[in-house]
Design a protein around this ligand. Structure first.
Ligand SMILES: [Zn+2]
Length: 166
């Protein structure tokens, strides 16, 4: 129905201060973050159906079994979906609690590329940002690798984002 009304995608000006939300991470994230300290991505493996989740889950969403098994997965993966922001201004957006312009990940006026990545060996999607790529280069199926903080501290921000594999 909406495609009949509007054939083209429209852009709507607006501010969405996602950085102002505070999430309480599940206890399970402690294991994920312990792995991050060693630049490792640990997933939970459902021994019932073989699905691997990153971030981990306690219960399998497919077969409802309790999940106890762990596997280390690759930090390389494939972009399954992406979203482009409007041009970013300093102080306007926060990613993992940080201002991407202040951190030097983006220049003022560039657009943030949010991606859902399926790390190799997983069946789930991890939300992060695409770095070192132009918006027009982003595509579904793009091969990427994690960009790790030089000295990981056991925080979600240890993976700053992903970048294209060249
Ligand atoms: Zn399962």
């Amino acid at each position: 129905m909406s495609k009949k009304v509007r054939k083209e995608t429209i852009a709507v000006e607006g501010v969405w201060p996602v950085g102002s939300y505070v999430y309480k991470a599940p206890l399970l994230y402690q294991e994920l973050l312990e792995g991050f300290k060693q630049k490792k991505i640990i997933g939970s493996l459902c021994t019932g159906c073989g699905f691997v989740y990153v971030p981990m889950r306690n219960i399998c969403g497919r077969c409802w079994r309790k999940i106890d098994a762990r596997v280390t997965v690759s930090d390389k993966g494939t972009v399954r979906s992406f979203t482009l922001s409007q041009a970013v201004k300093r102080g306007q957006v926060k990613v993992l609690g940080m201002d991407p312009v202040e951190m030097g990940w983006l220049k003022e006026g560039e657009r943030l590329i949010m991606v859902l990545v399926n790390f190799d060996g997983t069946n789930s999607k991890y939300t992060t940002i695409l770095l070192n790529a132009k918006p027009e280069e982003a595509h579904i199926g793009m091969r990427v690798q994690a960009v790790w903080k030089e000295k990981p501290e056991g925080k979600l921000s240890d993976i700053i984002g992903v970048e294209p594999i060249k």
